[in-house]
Design a protein around this ligand. Structure first.
Ligand code: KIV
Ligand code: ZN
Length: 518
């Protein structure tokens, strides 16, 4: 690849999972979670991490600052409107980063300027000049975005971008904010702009696509062919409405189709799957089974004719290997006699690089599970990592659970919870064992919460498989999602509820975001 890289041009990967991705309904992440994701993005090799919108809430400010202090290789970017107070706040949040970046934006389409901003074109141009000028005084890496670019007047856009470049921007970003453009149209737009820019130094053209018509990846790739050298994207394609361009789709297309796209990225593709798992676990947003690259079926060959061909020669039906994106294909199964060394090897093969302390936690839980379950599969190990390593420091934790149920007895649950260090115990009845557990736990926390969704699935096959439970809990306007896994599905259900309660506590403590117009 070293030699090859010299012949190819680099595409900068700007990850906005923690900013635009976090704007997906229900996807809010707390500081601890954002730092975990940021570290994984650093292992993945992204060039820039947009960590949040610091002026939008104190929680966002703290999270961006914490991310700035936690990663060293990527540029940590804070988003800001063109207002001086937004810029100051974003700079305060990122200034401790080894490589800080500012990203300022304003809408440029007539419809946004008239109805949202109530500003004229001249006023917008002035705001761009001042804002980019202010950012450039603070920071070397400055990006300017023309929100709703794809519905903006082309010549006005060119003026806006040239104004930004003159004021010191090193990257100009062309967002398809409402996911409206098509590959050919976007190609033309990027080319039109590129041909009319007057940069005095090296600058980068970036694109930022939304997926409302399912075209975000296609549009981003088309823009690359027209001269864009930065793609803004998110893990699993999460983001506003139908989401953003999916990082894994763009990166793997560039990887697999070098004949069409003579470019490279600095992404370590074997870290894609662990990143996908982590983001879906933390946000509670499941990955659809047929999602390209990271969906559960992305490498499954179901049809007999496909299986036959695949077994004769893998490339008959496989254009990339699961291993290349960090999906384990091994049939290696661990069991109760497997030691820590074997577990570490397996974790590394799955893309998880854990500290000794983290490995110990995972190993202890692995031993508990392998006592109950003969064979421990990769999916079991992943579930353990997500629960033991990536879980929040909790207000509530489950200490003890005993449930009786059956054809004659009234389902009864006895629960011991630790609530902020104090152990409390209660018992209750219900219509079934899960109902008894839920009523008891919710009562102990004094919640008036409503259970919106409850789903159970099996992590692997077999009756001794671990159950994975996902719950959605609502209190007032707040909705949180929790996960739990255990070979005992009643225990998994209790864990999922407790996880959802802890996430609800975070949402309650967080001050609401300001209306930032995004
Ligand atoms: O979609 C959009 O226009 C944005 C900008 C802030 C870049 O997210
Ligand atoms: Zn966006």
């Amino acid at each position: 690849m070293g030699e090859m890289k010299q012949l190819l041009e680099k595409i900068v990967i700007f990850d906005t999972t923690l900013r635009d991705g976090e704007q997906s309904p229900g996807a809010s992440m707390n500081t601890h979670e954002k730092v975990l994701v940021a570290k994984q993005l650093e292992s993945l090799g992204v060039d820039k991490i947009e960590a949040g919108f610091p002026a939008s809430s104190p929680g966002d400010f703290d999270a961006v600052r914490a991310v700035s202090q936690s990663v060293s290789t990527p540029i940590v970017v804070g988003l800001c409107r063109t207002r001086p107070e937004d810029i100051a706040r974003a700079w305060d949040a990122v200034k401790e980063a080894k490589n800080p970046g500012l990203h300022t934006f304003i809408a440029t389409s007539d419809i946004h300027m008239k109805y949202k901003l109530k500003m004229t074109r001249e006023q917008v141009l002035k705001a761009v000049e001042e804002a980019v000028g202010n950012c450039s005084k603070l920071c070397k890496s400055v990006e300017f975005s023309a929100e709703d670019a794809t519905r903006s007047d082309r010549d006005f856009l060119v003026d806006v971008f040239n104004t930004a470049l003159n004021a010191g921007a090193d990257t100009i970003n062309i967002p398809d904010t409402v996911g409206y453009t098509t590959p050919q149209e976007f190609y033309d737009l990027v080319q039109y702009i590129r041909d009319r820019l007057h940069p005095t130094e090296d600058i980068t053209i970036s694109v930022h696509c939304h997926n409302d018509l399912g075209l975000a990846t296609a549009n981003s790739l088309s823009a690359i062919l027209a001269g864009a050298r930065q793609v803004e994207c998110t893990i699993n394609g999460i983001g506003e409405r139908a989401g953003n361009t999916s990082l894994e789709e763009v990166v793997m297309t560039l990887n697999v189709r070098k004949d069409r796209y003579p470019f490279y990225t600095d992404i370590d593709t074997t870290q894609i799957y662990p990143a996908s798992k982590l983001v879906s676990h933390i946000t509670g947003i499941a990955v659809q089974p047929n999602k390209a690259i990271v969906g559960a079926n992305a490498f499954a060959h179901e049809a007999g004719i496909h299986q036959d061909g695949y077994l004769k020669e893998r490339t008959t039906y496989e254009i990339m290997t699961p291993e290349s994106v960090g999906v384990g294909r091994s049939s290696l199964v661990l069991g109760k006699h497997s030691g820590k060394h074997a577990l570490r090897n397996r974790l590394e093969a799955l893309g998880y690089r854990l500290s000794d302390e983290e490995l110990n936690k995972v190993f202890n839980r692995f031993k508990e599970i392998s006592d109950k379950k003969k064979e421990v599969y990769d999916a079991d190990i992943e579930a353990i990592v997500l629960e033991e390593v990536y879980r929040l420091p909790d207000k509530y934790s489950l200490k003890y659970l005993n449930v009786t149920s059956g054809t004659v007895s009234v389902p009864t649950a006895t629960v011991r919870l630790e609530i902020e260090g104090e152990v409390v115990q209660a018992a209750g009845f219900g219509n079934g064992p899960v109902d008894a557990v839920y009523k008891t736990i919710i009562g102990m926390a004094g919640y008036h919460a409503k259970l919106l969704n409850f789903s159970v699935s099996s992590i692997t096959g077999g009756t001794d498989a671990q159950g994975e439970v996902t719950v959605e809990l609502q209190e007032g306007k707040l909705v949180s999602i929790g996960h739990g896994s255990d070979p005992d599905i009643i225990v998994a259900s209790a864990k999922a509820l407790v996880n959802a309660m802890n996430r609800l506590e975070f949402l309650k403590a967080r001050k609401p975001r300001k209306n930032t117009g995004l």
